[in-house]
Design a protein around this ligand. Structure first.
Ligand code: ZN
Ligand code: ZN
Length: 73
């Protein structure tokens, strides 16, 4: 006695969306100034001509460091 109800769940292929999206991208621009500004990223003392147009912060970008990308408000 007793019926076994089989609940068949839809078993489609699961697609995972990559959540590697960065919220706001920094947009560095080269400033036309005579003297370099100090990088505003924490712990960085490099001089830079690059400034983020969104943050309005001077941030350096070199081979070793990418403060423009690392910098967060
Ligand atoms: Zn920025
Ligand atoms: Zn820096």
């Amino acid at each position: 006695m007793g019926k076994i109800l089989k609940i068949s769940a839809p078993d489609g292929p699961r697609k995972k969306k990559p959540m590697s999206r960065l919220g706001a991208r920094h947009m560095p621009e080269m400033m036309d100034t005579n003297h370099a500004e100090r990088c505003r990223n924490k712990g960085c003392r490099s001089k830079t001509y690059m400034r983020c147009t969104k943050c309005k912060m001077f941030l350096c970008i070199t081979k070793k460091r990418k403060c423009v990308q690392d910098y967060q408000r």
